[in-house]
Ligand binder design. Sequence first.
Ligand SMILES: [Zn+2]
Length: 349
Amino acid sequence: MNKLLPTSTAGSLPKPAWLAQPETLWSPWKLQDEALIEGKQDALRLSLQEQQDAGIDIVSDGEQTRQHFVTTFIEHLSGVDFEKRETVRIRDRYDASVPTVVGAVARQKPVFVDDARFLRQQTRQPIKWALPGPMTMIDTLYDSHYKSREKLAWEFARILNQEARELEAAGVDIIQFDEPAFNVFFDEVNDWGVATLERAIEGLKCETAVHICYGYGIKANTDWKKTLGSEWRQYEEAFPKLQKSSIDIISLECHNAHVPMELLELIRGKKVMVGAIDVATHTIETPEEVADTLRKALQFVEADKLYPCTNCGMAPLPRRVASGKLRALSAGAEMVRSELSGNDHRASW
Ligand SMILES: [Zn+2]
């Protein structure tokens, strides 16, 4: 990107009410068959338009074609039985009924490649595509086949790499892996979590990102956050290894989080997508608040490596709120951008 402080979102955006029940995770589709395919494409166009109107620089599909950021990907794989469900504890936090791994997992056909191609046709702006990371995938399943979280993670990494290579060929500029599980299973992150992520990006020439957050603004997550105390130092566990990894960009949560900003020092040298929009509240940030978060981050991230972003996806928010937040993000980034170019000007005197 030539522009300083290019803005983007962590991923999901609200769906229109005619496509899926608003403000709901795993919301069932309201259309079927051909009408559903068309409806998803229309929603993708609207979501893109929304981002463009708000002045977002790196755009996405708003995850309009998926019900959920993890399960929709898994649904397309063989070896997973969606009828056979078990209740597991997700990210050590809440119970959910999940599908079972019953045999060798494989990707029989591309999952999101057609959608990515469709998005590519709609815009010349840089596009970012989100995939679930290997560790977050295994944490959303019951495994009765491999009986090893690590083994299954390596299998998923191989499958994700196949998908990522095809997304790259379809014209995606940044491929992002969502790994909220990195904020929970610290030993596994360091034993094999980062390694499986690097397997997933093997051979890619496009940019790669990992998104690590404290989750959507749903009750299970906000309740969990209350138990974390006044300082959230979870990033401290994964950052040193990620700093040495081949991942280009780290996407993280900052605004309204109790994450000490100086933890960014641990990933110095990496590009950082700084979360300057809280997705757990309907209150729309002011541009000044956004600018404030970005200015704090600039103490630890070089200006040409700072990417203003949202803390997480905004799928569960009302559309009006999400749209306001996108505009605040753009306006806040623009404030800091003009301050920075003002500084350049003074320096050149
Ligand atoms: Zn997130």
